[in-house]
Ligand binder design. Sequence first.
Ligand SMILES: [Zn+2]
Ligand SMILES: [Zn+2]
Length: 268
Amino acid sequence: MDDTTTSLCVNGTRCHGYQPDTRAASPATAGPWCTPCLDLPARDIRALTLDYLDLAQLHEASLSQALRDRTTGSHESPLLIAGQVQALQAEIVHAATTWEQEVRAAARLTQPEQAAPVAAWHTTITHPTPTGAGRPGHQVQRAATLLAAHIGTLASLPATTVFPAGCEDQPTDMTGADAIGHLTQLHQRARGMLGRTHPRPWIPGDCWHCPARDRDPEWAEGGPLWRDTPRHAEDQPTVYCAACHHTRPYTDYEQYMTALEWPGQVTA
Ligand SMILES: [Zn+2]
Ligand SMILES: [Zn+2]
């Protein structure tokens, strides 16, 4: 650990630990971030497992569509889509397993036994080739689970030479922070390809934690607050701030909309 780092979290006013009174972000403790700010990228990286499975289904669907089109002499785009999906899947496997290896090395984790769901499939997974043993879907699951669990280690990795997106890439120096950027971007790309990039369900109001206000020009299109749609109808929606990523239960939001003050908030 390097205790000369007194720099502040790179997220600035969007830092999870932003202090409105001192107008300062938390100290950067994990690479350029503070630890709480890694929750969101950890979630994105963990989501790569599902992304991969969804892409596999999309790939299959595009292929069978392409086969059907061939018999009817229709356009070629399903084949094109299938190719793009496959390339993205391959990049997810490559990037996730590449950084899994770096994190295992840095954290001195040798055997992947702690990744319980996949341990039974293969016991010799830490092979030098990133796309080595194991089925790709399980490799992604094992890698994504490990990376999310060790996100602090990943964030702090110094620059190292890797093939960022695939073995035929130019070797490039990347830090763990670069890796987090790449992995979260892969998640966004997968979501985009799967057609999940619908606009956020913005709701009116100002953030209770950070300086984001809905009259700010930055949020002219909506936001900073939005709410999710729970998977089960009986579950409470959660309110998110798109700027600082803090969350609140929807009941707090309802109180805020009535009282124009967030529960527990001290008015200045
Ligand atoms: Zn932060
Ligand atoms: Zn906020």
